[in-house]
Design a protein around this ligand. Structure first.
Ligand code: PMP
Length: 282
């Protein structure tokens, strides 16, 4: 595998970051994950726009302009000879002697891009069965709308889910479901409307969430952006999650309680198909 690291393409097993990189010491960095399906990036503009926003919110300078970045993104996929891939991009504030305050102006941000093969057929297989999730307390900071590499609470929640044999953790703050550890959470109500937490500082504004909303509007499915409780989710006829790597994934149980008929619901499955059709258009 070939990685892009600060201006060079290097064999990934030889790629290194400095021990005083601020990403390593302070989690002072941001990232994006996007997918390439059949040789094409899905929702690329959305991911790049969010990346730009994350950088701005943290007053970080971009390591390169977005046009050049697109060239590198394409080149990483090409050099790894991938058709279906997951691409990881990370920007940190760069290397400087350890000090909480920002390093001197002109410190070069670090940019790393890696890609690996991703099997989307497996995702389709999973979607046919649906996934189990568990609830976990949302112990994250107040700006999870910024896609920072500070993911320890997310990792702890995902580990708890994995130990429980579940695919994801629904994060709950003050009784309300915010999102999942690495995806956005949705429920369907009795009328067939879909409900998800509004885009505030308490969730990451998923690019898949955004595209799913556009798909729902096309399908004339009503979208309601409001918080919902864990109890409401458990009693919902359907639930699902969205992310770049899982698309629209039906949820069939929460904390062991069956959702709906205990199999993927019709609204989630319709949205999944619509999402795949739309995202593949670019
Ligand atoms: N929430 C969190 C906390 C995430 O990490 C992710 C995945 N990056 C998402 C939501 C979904 O975002 P996207 O649809 O852009 O993958």
């Amino acid at each position: 595998r070939i990685a892009y690291v600060n201006g060079q393409y290097v064999p990934q097993n030889q790629a290194m970051v400095h021990i005083e990189d601020r990403g390593y010491q302070f989690a002072d960095g941001i990232y994006e994950v996007c997918v390439v399906v059949g040789g094409r990036y899905w929702d690329m503009e959305g991911h790049l726009a969010r990346m730009q926003r994350s950088l701005e919110e943290l007053q970080m300078t971009s390591p390169m302009d977005m046009r050049a970045l697109k060239v590198v993104m394409a080149e990483v996929v090409r050099r790894n000879r991938l058709k279906d891939a997951l691409v990881y991009m990370q920007v940190t504030r760069g290397v400087a002697p350890r000090n909480h305050a920002f390093p001197p102006e002109g410190t070069q941000p670090s940019l790393v891009i890696t890609a690996r093969r991703f099997n989307f057929d497996q995702s389709d297989e999973k979607a046919k069965k649906g996934v189990a999730v568990i609830s976990q307390p949302d112990i994250r900071w107040g700006r999870v709308d910024i896609k920072t590499v500070g993911l320890l609470p997310n990792a702890l929640a995902k580990e708890a889910a994995t130990k429980a044999g579940a695919a994801e953790a629904l994060l709950v703050r003050d009784g309300m479901v915010t999102e999942c550890s690495s995806s956005n959470a949705w429920i369907v109500d009795e009328t067939g409307a879909i409900i998800t937490h509004p885009k505030t500082n308490e969730i990451l504004g998923g690019i898949t969430r955004q595209t799913a909303i556009a798909c729902a509007e096309e399908l004339q499915i009503k979208v309601i952006e409001r918080p919902f409780t864990l109890e409401e989710a458990k009693a919902a006829p359907e639930a699902f999650l969205t992310s770049a790597t899982s698309f629209v994934m039906p949820i069939i149980s929460i904390d062991g309680a069956q959702i709906g008929a205990g199999k993927p619901g019709p609204v989630a499955l319709r949205l999944r198909e619509a999402y795949k059709a739309r995202a593949s258009r670019g």
